[in-house]
Each structure stands twice: as C-alpha cells, then as structure tokens.
Design a protein around this ligand. Structure first.
Ligand SMILES: [Zn+2]
Length: 240
C-alpha cells in the first residue's frame, strides 16, 4: 500500500501492526511485539571493519520484524513507535557500556542531513535517542542526549576515485563547538559518550562520526545501533 494511502487507512481503520501489517490494536500485534522484545543486543562488526570505528553493539540483523518496524517509523512517519524502538536501543546502549559502573551516559545520535530529515518526517534519530535516554533513566542510569554533530551536505560522489570517496566520507560531519565542549565537561566528570544510530551497513558513517568527535577532543566509548545489514558478523558468531 502506498504510504499516503496507508496513513489515510490508519485514520479510518484500526491501526495496522508496524511489524506484519495486520489490523489490530495499537502499534504492534502480540506476535511482533514478542519478536522485537526477544532480540538481544550483542557486539557486532562489519566485514571489513573501517579504521576508527568504535566497538558497536547491535540489537539484530536488518530483517524480519525489526526491519518492518524501522521502515514504518523512519520512512512512513509513525512516530509513536519511537518509544518502543527507543527502549530496544537502550538495551543496545547497556550492551555497549559493558559490565562496569559508569557515572553517567551521554547518548549522541548520528545526525541526518537536513534534506533527509525533511524527507523522513523530522529528526528520527534525535527522537529515538531521547526515548532511549528516557528508558535508561528509568533503569536508574543517569543519561542525557547530546547533539554535538552536524551532518554536512553530501557531495556528489559520481566520478570520485576510491580515495576521494574515503575523504568525502571522513568529512561528512562537523561539530558544534559549544556542544562538544559541554560533552567534554561531562566526560571529564565521568560520563561515557555512546554514539547511537538506527541501521548500519559498512560502518563508515559511525567511523566518520567518531573520528570527527575525536578530532574535537570528545572521547567515544562505543556505539549502539538497532540493526545491522547482512554484511556483518558478531565478534563471536554470525548473527544473520
Ligand atoms: Zn504484527
């Protein structure tokens, strides 16, 4: 169904499940809710792994219920799903933090470029990060969202050499100096900075975001994402 027709249908029909599309009560049917809740985050890394990419915890492969729910949220503007996805992202953040006790957590979303945010019904990662931070606070973890990164307009990569593409990827973000200084002050007080994103394919975006922050003196302890594509393996077993 076309997104506009689906949105219209939601106004006059019972809300369809974001995972399987069946009609029902609320955002997810019981089966899809169970499937989403059953996913457990674990360390994962792309093959090959880009230099400088932080250690990353991922909830699961970009397939099945997780993929459908993410698409509904991100591409079809079903914002109320952010709460549920944010809770799952919080699980991935806990996995990225590891077993040690931390004084606090700064969740740093990888920002979308302005034109992508307009196309995707707003800043979907900022919204997810706020929901994840709220879920972490409910678990007793001092957490807030920091947004020191700005996505720069993408250059047309047609005709670029491999080296030029790598340089363009590296230069895809800049920092807001004031926000970066605030993160550094929090880190000096013991808070741990974790990058968060929704879907990761090659890892080059996470690597570029982490490198940009490191150049601004912001230490990144790790990254947490919801879904990884099939090119990924966990550090111990294949997760797809
Ligand atoms: Zn369902």
């Amino acid at each position: 169904m076309l997104p506009c027709l689906r949105a219209l249908a939601d106004l006059v029909l019972p809300v369809h499940c974001a995972g399987c599309g069946t009609g029902g009560e609320g955002m997810l049917c019981a089966s899809c809710r169970r499937a989403l809740s059953a996913a457990r985050p674990r360390p994962a890394e792309p093959v090959p792994r880009p230099a400088g990419m932080p250690q990353t915890a991922a909830l699961g492969p970009y397939s099945g219920t997780l993929r459908s729910v993410l698409l509904e949220y991100k591409e079809r503007g079903r914002h109320p799903i952010a709460g549920l996805l944010g809770e799952r992202l919080a699980e991935a953040v806990v996995s990225a933090l590891g077993p040690g006790v931390v004084a606090g957590v700064l969740v740093i979303p990888v920002p979308a470029r302005a034109e992508a945010a307009r196309r995707r019904h707003g800043d979907h990662m900022g919204r997810l990060a706020r929901c994840a931070a709220a879920a972490l606070r409910q678990r007793g973890i001092a957490c807030r969202v920091a947004m020191p990164l700005r996505a720069l307009p993408r250059r047309d990569s047609a005709g670029m050499t491999e080296m030029e593409r790598r340089v363009a990827a590296r230069d895809s973000f800049s920092v807001f100096p004031g926000a970066a200084r605030a993160v550094n002050r929090a880190a000096a007080g013991g808070a741990v900075a974790i990058l968060v994103d929704d879907i990761v394919t090659t890892g080059s975006t996470l690597a570029a975001a982490a490198a940009t922050l490191r150049r601004a003196g912001v230490p990144i302890a790790g990254a947490a994402v919801l879904a990884v594509t099939r090119r990924w393996r966990s550090s111990r077993t294949v997760i797809v």
